[in-house]
Design a protein around this ligand. Sequence first.
Ligand SMILES: [Fe+2]
Length: 285
Amino acid sequence: MGAVTDLPSARPLTRHLGAEICVDLSAEMDDGVFRAVYEAFLRYQVLLFPPQDLPPARQVALARRFGEVQVHVMNQYHADGYPELYRLSNLDASGKPSGQHPDKGTLAWHTDGSWQRVTGQATIIYGEVMPQSGGETHFCDMYGAYERLDPSWKARIAGLRAVHNLDFSRTRRHGEDPLTEAQRLAKPPVDHPIVRTHPQTGRKCLYLGDHAEYIQGMPYDEGRALIEELNALAVHADLTYEHRWKAGELLVWDNRCVMHRATPYDAATQGRVIRRCTVLGEIPS
Ligand SMILES: [Fe+2]
C-alpha cells in the first residue's frame, strides 16, 4: 500500500471569507491534495499560503491545476519569460523604488478579467517584495453583497447587464500608459449579468467592480450612477478580509465571487513587487 497523504486543513481568517492553508508548493500536488485545496477555494473564496520560495515555473504549474491560464493583453508586464505571469513592480533597473505606482487601477474595487467574454476564475499572486506599510490586498464577499441587498434592489437589477471595458477603467484610474490601439482592438467591451450564478457553488453573487462602465439599454449617465452606487453598497466591513502581506506569501482568490483592491503605499521609498497570474473561468451566466 502506498503512503496516505495528509490532506491540508484550512484555518479561517475571518467569519465569512478567507482561510490559510498550509501546503508545500515546491513540488506538484497529488490529486487528493489539490482537490482539498480546490474545495477550500470554493468554500472560503480567498486562500493564503504561508511564506515559501515559489519559483515562476512552480507558480505557473499550480495555476494550470485550476484551469487555462490567461496570457494578458498588456504584454509590457510579462515576467521571467513566462507570458502567463505578470509582474507589478515599482523598482527601477537598479532595484530602488522609482516612485511610480505600476498599476493604479488596482486601487479601486474590481474583479480580474471582467473585461473579457471568458472572465477570470482564480487569481494567483506571489509576493516577492512587500512594503513595510500599505500595499495591502483587500477582499469583499460578493455572495454576501448580493444577499444583503433589499428585495427592491434585487428586483431592480434582475436581468440587467453591465458593459465592462478595460480601456475605460484603465484610462480613468491610471491616466498614463493607456492601452495601445492593438490592445484596445483585441479586447473590445463586453456585457455580463450584474447578478451571476457561481458555476460550481450555484450561489448568486453581485458581479460588477471598476471595469463596469455602463448598463445595457439604460442611458449612459444613469447606468454609471447605478454602477457606482452598487459598487459602494457591495462592500461591508464584516464581509471583508484585509490582507497585510509578508514576502513569500501566495494568495489565491475566486474572482467570480469576490472583489478586491490594493491599498496605496509610498512608492518613492518602499518596494512592492508581486507576480500574478489569472486562470480563466467561463462566460458568466
Ligand atoms: Fe486585480
